[in-house]
Design a protein around this ligand. Sequence first.
Ligand SMILES: [Zn+2]
Length: 114
Amino acid sequence: MLRLSLWFFPFFHFGPIFWLVPLFMYFLPAFLARNKPNFTSILILNILGGWTFIGWIIALVWAISSDSQRPVVATAQTAPAPGASFYCTACGRPCPVGARFCSACGAAQPAARR
Ligand SMILES: [Zn+2]
């Protein structure tokens, strides 16, 4: 009887790959976010909401989208803040994006990099 049931479920012959692959797919968002600062939040969402397809998609998008949020460790002189503003090359004060001249000291600014 046992042999008959095993014969009816052929995936038993292929070993643990048939449950390792779905397990990896289930934790793919957490795997992608393993080096992210909000890894714990994504992992919790992955575990609690991953069994729903929507929760899994949200965790996956979250894990991918958080890729651009790298911690800014450089000084303000050399690294402008992403998106919001950049810093004056002469006085170091923050200037709005697209400004040609510093609003604080009036120094000419290099062209905005995009
Ligand atoms: Zn300035």
